[in-house]
Design a protein around this ligand. Structure first.
Ligand SMILES: *Cc1c(COP(=O)(O)O)cnc(C)c1O
Ligand SMILES: [Zn+2]
Length: 394
């Protein structure tokens, strides 16, 4: 029904590989003649496993009821930017508070299918929180490698409480990923970073849900770090088109933080390969990545969909985070970069006024309380006296 194929040389790989012999990324390919689509695109009962007939599993899934996240409309921002329809898909309302849960429900299910006893990942935070949660549910041992001192507090708290072994690396995310890949090979631990092709299969359901609820938008904007998600969402749209469920694919628009923007740079120069950033830096720690492993897939998604890549500054990210908050949508900094990018591109005239756009908000506000306090300041403190409080409310 499905095979694991190399995206470069096309070679079919073993189901348990993460990389082809040629060193390139792998991708799950379905034989659509053998797939019977058993869901209706009626906008109802949205969740990852609604689309099980297009997910590569052979066993009962390990699930915490992920997906089915709300799509909110931002009418005020529409007026301000002069764009017909702007939606935000709030992935921060998944079980662990980020879209990573969509990938982990599939990835952890595969770990059990492959009879692995332990799983591991390098993480800027959310992958570790999600993996720890799903590993706990499945009864698997979990090892997490984090760049020491560079992970938002809420995410570390989740990984610890759900019982992962948390290891801080004195280096950045890219160092942690390099190390965990070797360790997994040597110790027969299942690797759940986004080089793992099954995780991306779960994440492609973001595209399925958007189509299910809204139809095909003109553009989808999202933050890009390791670039798995943009690749996954594009794959989702492409599969729906191959199946004849939709007729066109939206423009995929990847937004990076200025200080961590190798994909933007490659796009600007019309290249299909990146030059890594040695010292990525941004307030948006979830996308503080200098050497995105899925860069090639992401650039292909951008070029093929006639999309684009853009950068935003930390100030623009915080400003967009506040705009979302004023609309009742609480997100962590990285998540706001999609909306920051939309604002920037709309002002540059690069978004059609007559279009419907969806911004993916990737993670929850509660993930990064420390940044919030830095940006918003501490609460006011007064004596426990009515007059003192009255003075503050009038
Ligand atoms: C993981 C993550 C991203 C980046 O996704 P990639 O697939 O690595 O590009 C963006 N925002 C948040 C909140 C994340 O957790
Ligand atoms: Zn290959």
């Amino acid at each position: 029904m499905y095979t694991l194929q190399c995206v470069e040389c096309g070679k079919e790989n073993k189901e348990t590989n993460y990389n082809c012999e040629c060193g390139s990324l792998l991708e799950v390919r379905f034989d659509f003649d053998e797939v019977s689509v058993d869901f209706k695109l009626d906008g109802r009962d949205l969740r990852v496993w609604k689309y099980r007939s297009l997910l590569p599993v052979k066993s009962d899934p390990v699930t915490l009821k992920e997906g089915g996240t709300p799509l909110y409309r931002l009418e005020r921002l529409e007026k301000e930017l002069g764009i017909r329809r702007i939606y935000v898909k709030h992935e921060g309302l998944n079980p662990s508070g980020s879209f990573k849960d969509r990938g982990m429900t599939v990835g952890i299910t595969k770990a059990l299918e492959f009879r692995k006893k332990a799983v591991a990942c390098a993480s800027t935070g959310n992958t570790s929180a999600s993996m720890a949660m799903y590993a706990a549910k499945a009864g698997l041992k979990a090892f997490v490698l984090l760049p020491a001192g560079k992970v938002a507090l809420g995410k570390v708290a989740q990984a610890l409480m759900h019982g992962a072994d948390v290891i801080g690396i004195k280096g950045n995310f890219d160092d942690a990923l390099r190390i965990v890949r070797e360790v997994c090979d040597k110790a027969d631990i299942y690797l759940l970073n986004s080089v793992n092709p099954y995780r991306l299969e779960g994440q492609k359901t973001i595209a399925f849900e958007i189509v299910d609820e809204l139809g095909v938008p003109d553009a989808v904007l999202l933050p890009v770090g390791n670039a798995g998600n943009i690749s996954a969402i594009y794959k989702g749209f492409k599969e729906f088109k191959e199946l004849g469920l939709i007729e066109r694919i939206p423009r995929m628009i990847g937004i990076q933080a200025e200080g961590a923007s190798p994909i933007y740079k490659a796009f600007k120069e019309g290249r299909r390969e990146i030059t890594p950033f040695a010292n990525p830096e941004t307030i948006a720690t979830a996308i503080r990545i200098g050497n995105p492993v899925n860069a090639k897939k992401a650039l292909r998604a951008i070029y093929e969909s006639k999309g684009l890549a853009e950068i935003v500054s930390d100030e623009e990210i915080v400003s967009a985070q506040k705009i979302l908050a004023k609309n009742g949508i609480g997100v962590e900094p990285a998540s706001a970069s999609s909306v920051a990018g939309l604002i920037k591109l709309a002002k540059m005239g690069k978004i059609d006024r007559d279009s419907t756009v969806v911004c993916v908000a990737t993670g929850n506000l509660l993930k990064d309380p420390e940044t919030v306090i830095k940006v918003c300041g501490e609460p006011k403190i007064v004596d426990a006296e009515i007059e003192k409080v009255m003075a503050l409310v009038t």
